[in-house]
Design a protein around this ligand. Structure first.
Ligand SMILES: Cc1cc2nc3c(=O)[nH]c(=O)nc-3n(C[C@H](O)[C@H](O)[C@H](O)COP(=O)(O)OP(=O)(O)OC[C@H]3O[C@@H](n4cnc5c(N)ncnc54)[C@H](O)[C@@H]3O)c2cc1C
Length: 334
């Protein structure tokens, strides 16, 4: 019997599950953290809107009442200017300021209500069959067999590590320090400013609640109590940090498996594309699994298609971002 196991119930896991369920393929999501759970990354690109509509969850998210915005204020190597996302005949494109704990829970809740089985537990190993194809996972609750495993476990790169797939670095070691501050601030939002050591992002994610992110090379990382100067009079929450070094697994698909979202590739959050890439790659991987299992497409063709598609996308973003950083004389990109 066909069965797909998804590691992780974040945006890529939920998007993969919804796409598979659409094709009548049974899905089990193994998630180690009880939802709602915290994740940074509230500024969602407008390109998400058609994807959410395709997944049948746009209406539900509309009712969440997230703040929408038309573009980003950019002080990238100069004076601040507003950079709109763009528009088409139906009007300007609008991004979302979503509260990720809520957004991710809504997506996972939709997958559950359409029939995904959610298993609370941690994936600690991978099962392979006699032909060395991935055939399931070992969880804290025991083994779960699968026709395919889709790794949506985020920056932990669970499956790549289990399968000894190298994670290739494409930038110097970059670190994000991020936090929240509550109070009044008249700065335009969302905004990004560069300086000689890195860049700082500020977004009003809820009325009078600001998320900030500071990205630098590791040796320039700010201290634990650092907060952007414009937010210093506000009430600050303790900050955290994350490794946002650009990296991609050398292989993102193979016999019995696909890697999606941050589990496949990570770029620093300057372009606010992380959730978009997570959802789109989750949908693409699931679509190709369905092409193989339901339409008889050759497995090797499906995995090669995915490998090329994601590698080209990643490479394109790497080239664009390298050019931007080079122009701002940041992180040694030229
Ligand atoms: C500081 C910062 C700011 C960011 N800002 C933005 C932004 O503004 N806009 C944007 O689009 N993106 C942003 N991002 C990127 C964005 O957060 C990620 O790209 C996105 O969360 C990736 O989604 P995902 O589904 O791949 O993984 P995740 O959201 O990380 O979900 C992975 C899930 O897998 C589970 N899991 C992990 N390991 C296991 C295991 N072994 N067993 C079972 N479950 C497991 C985890 O508990 C988690 O729920 C930002 C990132 C950072 C660090």
């Amino acid at each position: 019997m066909k069965q797909v196991v998804i590691i992780g119930g974040g945006p890529s896991g939920a998007a993969a599950a919804l796409t598979l369920l659409d094709a009548q393929i049974p899905v089990t999501i193994v998630e180690q953290t009880p939802f709602p759970r915290f994740r940074p990354g509230e500024t969602l690109h407008p390109g998400l809107e058609p994807l959410l509509a395709r997944l049948g969850v746009a209406h539900q998210l509309e009712s969440a009442g997230y703040v929408r915005h038309l573009g980003v204020w950019s002080g990238w190597g100069g004076a601040m200017q507003f950079v709109p996302y763009g528009m088409d005949t139906s009007g300007p494109w609008r991004g979302y300021q979503a509260i990720r704990a809520d957004f991710d829970q809504r997506l996972l809740g939709s997958a559950r209500s359409r029939g995904a089985q959610i298993l609370a537990g941690k994936v600690s190993g991978v099962l392979c069959n006699a032909s060395h194809e991935v055939a399931g996972v070992m969880t804290s609750d025991g083994p779960v067999a699968a026709t395919y495993v889709i790794d949506c476990s985020g920056g932990a790169h669970t499956l790549a590590r289990q399968l000894h797939i190298p994670i290739v670095r494409h930038s110097p070691q970059l670190v994000a320090r991020f936090g929240y501050a509550t109070g009044c601030c008249d700065d335009p939002s969302p905004s990004i400013r560069s300086d000689q050591h890195g860049w700082t992002w500020i977004a009003e994610v809820e009325p009078n609640r600001f998320q900030w992110t500071r990205v630098t090379e590791v040796h320039d990382r700010p201290g634990l109590t650092w907060i952007p100067p414009n937010l210093r009079d506000l009430e600050a929450e303790p900050s955290r940090s994350a490794n946002v070094t650009w990296r991609m697994a050398e292989r993102v698909a193979g016999p019995g498996y696909f890697l999606t979202g941050d589990a496949a590739a990570v770029l620093d959050p300057s372009s606010s594309h992380g959730v978009l890439r997570a959802i789109m790659s989750g949908m693409m991987a699931a679509h190709l699994v369905a092409r193989h299992l339901c339409d008889g497409a050759e497995a090797q063709v499906c995995t090669a298609t995915y490998q090329d598609w994601l590698a080209n996308w990643f490479q394109h973003d790497v080239e664009e971002m390298s050019r931007t950083y080079c122009a701002a004389n940041l992180f040694g990109f030229c």
